[in-house]
Design a protein around this ligand. Structure first.
Ligand SMILES: NC(=O)c1ccc[n+]([C@@H]2O[C@H](COP(=O)([O-])OP(=O)(O)OC[C@H]3O[C@@H](n4cnc5c(N)ncnc54)[C@H](O)[C@@H]3O)[C@@H](O)[C@H]2O)c1
Length: 496
């Protein structure tokens, strides 16, 4: 349903001031919006909502981040964000503050987009969400819609409402408000496009008034009227977790099959194409690799597992998804360890790709970190290159002798014992193999993302180890052969 401004004001029968709707623009009505948190989600949401004509204030408590924003700089790497950000700053539709009182006063819509990192027990740590709720309860003076955009456990909207109510009770005032769940589905690296052209807008609302306001806000992004799904609050909260858990399941499933393929001498890439042609399975998200990372899948799978346990339910599939992924994040290290006969001391590895996926500088729970930390424990050294994530890695690990952050992919190769590919950045897909061969001490590539064809690499004179590409992990190592070699050689696709 497309809701116009006048209909909205009439139908909702609210006592909203006309200043809540600043002006009619080409899309319809324009709203005052406050967003708490200037991270990936808060900044993208803020810039995109400003772009469609809204008046957005972002509240950020991290002073370094706020200072960067106030200097008109974007503190994260997200393609397309800088342009959007600067254009809307210049147009006066985007502003930043650390003054939460001002934030509560500003927006009819109050978006909570703060982090929900994993707590020690795997549950979502909701303390930042609850702090924002307390702040709103402290300063709210007029009707507000409080919107959970952060990924939060089922039942969080009720807890946010209880916290705001408690604040009102302490102040002995009675002010109307609604809490809505509107989880975010953007993908880092493609976040602007995802937000502006959503495949779904999930709204969990109990009140018709809040739902109508949300419909009006999103109307410009829902011009066909088929993208917005209104549902109960708990269903909306669970939808976000279910989506991420299913995507993580697809990845872990393919990694499981890749491990079997490796052992039986099958090629997972052939298997992937073979199953992906079935429309019930589909070609998307069935790429094997060295495990999923990032700020969402790992923590969201764990949080959903935890939610199940809180409600006396053991989510066995999710448990397996998590375990397979933890094992898969070690798969490159295991291959190196095996190849070098368990002696990695003084070995040097060129690592291409540090971000948890291409087109982002996010290294939260990245597979590169598991690999590097395991290598360092064994006395190996790393020469790493990533197009945008090196600052993040430098920030986490600081100066250390066993890590060199290189200026180019080629530089990382210099004198290394092998190349290890961890992130599938586009620029790694068509390298100059002659240069790789020349720079490395030995022509050996361990590829955690299956960027190349084993046969072609073999013809170019490389020892090439992908994920699930028919090599048997027990088949050979540099220093000898082992029991399964003959068996594996009878299978297809044995490249070494
Ligand atoms: N990053 C993604 O790709 C993605 C996608 C969908 C959903 N999510 C979810 O969105 C939420 C935010 O994720 P993110 O990646 O943007 O997090 P982030 O860590 O990049 O950013 C969170 C920001 O909130 C700020 N903050 C914390 N407490 C605050 C407060 N009281 N007031 C104002 N600001 C405060 C922090 O300083 C930080 O800058 C999480 O729940 C996440 O699971 C993330």
């Amino acid at each position: 349903m497309l809701v116009s401004c006048s209909n909205l004001c009439f139908n909702a029968q609210t006592k909203l001031n006309s200043s809540d709707f600043l002006r009619d623009n080409k899309y319809g009505c324009s709203m005052k919006i406050t967003i708490y948190g200037a991270g990936y989600v808060g900044l993208v949401t803020g810039a995109c909502l400003a772009e469609i004509g809204n008046d957005v204030m972002i509240v950020e408590i991290n002073q370094d981040r706020l200072a960067t924003l106030k200097q008109s700089e974007v503190p994260i790497y997200e393609p397309g964000l800088e342009n959007l950000f600067k254009r809307n700053l210049a147009a006066g539709r985007l502003q930043f503050t650390d003054d939460a009182k001002q934030g509560v006063g500003h927006g009819l819509l109050q978006f909570i987009a703060v982090g929900t990192p994993p707590a020690a027990d795997g549950s979502a740590d909701l303390r930042y969400v609850f702090t924002v709720a307390e702040t709103i309860g402290q300063y709210i003076n007029d009707y507000r819609v409080i919107i959970n955009k952060s990924t939060v456990s089922v039942g969080t909207a009720d807890r946010v409402a209880a916290i705001v109510k408690q604040g009102l009770a302490q102040r002995q005032v009675n002010i109307d408000f609604d809490v809505v769940s509107n989880p975010e589905f953007l993908k880092e690296g493609a976040a602007i496009d995802d937000f502006m052209h959503p495949d779904r807008i999930i709204i969990g609302a109990q009140s018709e008034k809040a739902l109508q306001l949300m419909q009006a806000l999103y109307a410009p992004l829902n011009s066909q009227g088929d993208r917005l799904f209104a549902m109960g609050v708990r269903s909306a909260e669970l939808t976000k977790y279910a989506a991420n858990a299913l995507l993580a399941t697809k990845i872990s499933f393919m990694n499981e099959i890749a491990s079997i393929a490796e052992r039986v001498g099958a090629d997972i890439e052939s298997v992937r194409q073979g199953i992906g042609s079935d429309p019930r399975i589909g070609p998307h998200f069935i790429y094997p690799g060295c495990g999923y990372g990032g700020s969402c899948f790992p923590k969201d799978v764990r949080a959903l597992l935890n939610t199940g346990r809180e409600f006396d339910y053991e989510a066995q599939i999710l448990d397996a998804v998590e375990n397979v992924n933890n094992r898969q994040k070690r798969v490159l290290f295991d291959k190196l360890h095996h190849y070098y006969a368990s002696d990695l001391r003084h070995k040097v590895f060129a690592v291409w790709g540090l971000a948890f996926k291409p087109n982002t500088d996010d290294v939260r729970e990245a597979s590169s970190r598991v690999l590097m930390e395991s290598l360092w424990q064994q006395g190996a050294r790393v020469q790493a290159y990533d197009p945008v994530a090196m600052n993040e890695i430098a920030h986490i690990y600081g100066q250390r002798d066993d890590l060199v952050l290189c200026e180019s992919a080629e530089q990382a190769l210099e004198g290394a014992d092998a190349l290890v590919i961890v992130t599938e950045w586009p620029q790694f897909r068509a390298p100059d193999f002659a240069v790789i061969k020349k720079q490395l001490k030995a022509a050996v590539i361990f590829d955690g993302r299956n960027l190349f064809e084993p046969k072609q690499l073999s013809e170019l004179g490389f020892e090439y180890y992908g994920i699930g590409r028919g090599q048997n992990r027990f088949a050979s190592n540099r220093f000898g052969t082992s029991r399964l070699l003959n068996k594996a050689k009878q299978g297809e696709g044995v490249t070494q």
